[in-house]
Design a protein around this ligand. Structure first.
Ligand code: NAD
Ligand code: TYD
Length: 348
């Protein structure tokens, strides 16, 4: 791990990862390749803009030439691949970009690695993926690394496809890869289309909170800083070809999350009765009922386990959104308002 290409480093998890790695490791170089879609925000990385070990390239992972130039200019020997279209609801409104970026873009990166790394030693391609590739669980059971793939949404199907392609480059070409499949992340810098930042923002603005269906779907929440540490651990310690599930051990129903957020915002802003804003709305088509991760492989083999429990992580997150109103307000302009209307107008 030395000259790292991070793709999608201006997104939620990528930004947190770059900040974490540059703070902790003084002997690495990070090149961030990001297209700056609606989800990419260079403001997340303002504090490391002048760091001599950090470089930003605006570009598309579907463009092999751009990737190859970075490999040549920076002698890249490690790729941490976050870049993706990441929101399930958007994949239902328009799947095409998901197939292009998540499937074809991943293929382009792998092709450059295959060609450029022929005579390079000490190299690694780490593909950051999701537990949604496994589909939905019923009332019981956990996803393990051996659970069959059974994706439900165009988003999860595109991530499943990319996982298969990444694995095939290991088996066929011997490319040193790892795949991590993690559960739902939360924390600072998450785009306010995902449940937690969207709900915090609606509560602060005293607007109705859309809860899909009965609010009884379950997700296993992982604090983003724990996720960053898991990725670092896999980069440093995992054997080539291995896959790891990463989860926070925090199974919670959506309605419980929403109620907790209402109570925390009420506590921090000295408001009250925010729970009255909750509105149950038309469900998401193909909505997976429950995700839950068995993270024993990464715990036993690599000695990683989450440091945050949900109570501490969610307090830190709510406070971050309250203290960074400007960050959210800057996002809530034309494109965002249009998306909100398309997604919620019939529901609210
Ligand atoms: P995000 O949507 O916040 O950020 C995605 C980033 O990728 C943005 O900066 C965007 O500009 C960039 N990007 C998109 N298309 C690109 C392209 N063609 N070329 C270059 N850059 C491009 O996503 P996130 O939540 O940070 O997720 C990062 C990764 O983690 C994704 O691969 C996602 O599938 C995976 N993941 C996320 C979660 C979660 O809870 N957020 C959970 C499991 C897995
Ligand atoms: P989301 O944050 O979109 O993540 P994912 O779909 O990848 O799990 O949604 C988390 C859960 O919250 C999911 O069960 C859908 C639900 N949800 C709502 O009830 N209302 C909303 O407005 C959103 C965005 C999500």
């Amino acid at each position: 791990m030395k000259n790292i290409l991070v793709t999608g480093g201006c997104g939620f998890i990528g930004s947190n990862f770059i900040l974490y790695m540059l703070e902790k490791h003084k002997d690495i170089k990070i090149v961030n390749l990001d297209k700056l879609t609606y989800a990419g925000n260079p403001a997340n990385l303002i504090e490391i803009e002048d760091n001599d070990n950090y470089f930003f390239v605006r570009g598309d992972i579907c463009n092999e030439k751009v990737i190859l130039d970075i490999f040549e200019n920076h002698n890249v020997n490690t790729v941490v691949h976050f870049a993706a279209e990441s929101h399930v609801d958007r994949s239902i409104l328009g799947p095409e970009e998901f197939i292009r970026t998540n499937v074809f873009g991943t293929f382009c990166l792998l092709e450059v690695c295959r060609k450029f790394w022929k005579d390079v030693s000490d190299k690694k391609f780490l593909h950051v993926s999701t537990d949604e590739v496994y589909g939905s669980l019923g009332e019981t059971g956990l996803f393990t690394e051996n659970t069959s793939y059974d994706p439900s949404s165009p988003y999860s199907a595109s991530k499943a496809s990319s996982d298969h392609i990444v694995r095939s480059y290991n088996r066929t070409f011997g490319l040193p890869i790892n795949i991590t499949n993690c559960s739902n992340n939360y924390g600072p810098y998450q785009f306010p289309e995902k449940l937690i930042p969207l709900v915090i923002d609606r509560i602060i603005d005293k607007k109705e909170i859309p809860v899909y269906g009965k609010g009884d779907n379950v997700r296993d929440w992982l604090f983003v800083k724990d996720h960053c540490k898991a990725i670092e651990t896999v980069l440093v310690n995992a054997s080539d070809g291995e896959t790891y599930n990463v989860g926070g051990n925090n199974e919670i129903t959506n309605i419980d999350i929403v109620r907790t957020l209402c109570d925390l915002v009420d506590e921090f802003t000295k408001s009250n009765n925010s729970q009255n804003l909750i509105k149950f709305v038309k469900d998401r088509p193909g909505h997976d009922k429950r995700y839950a991760i068995d993270a024993s492989k990464i715990k036993n083999e690599l000695d990683w386990s989450p440091e945050y429990n949900f109570k501490t992580g969610i307090r830190e997150t709510v406070l971050w959104y309250i203290n960074n109103r400007k960050w959210v307000e800057n996002i809530k302009t034309g494109d965002y308002l249009k998306y909100f209307e398309d997604q919620y107008n019939e529901r609210l």
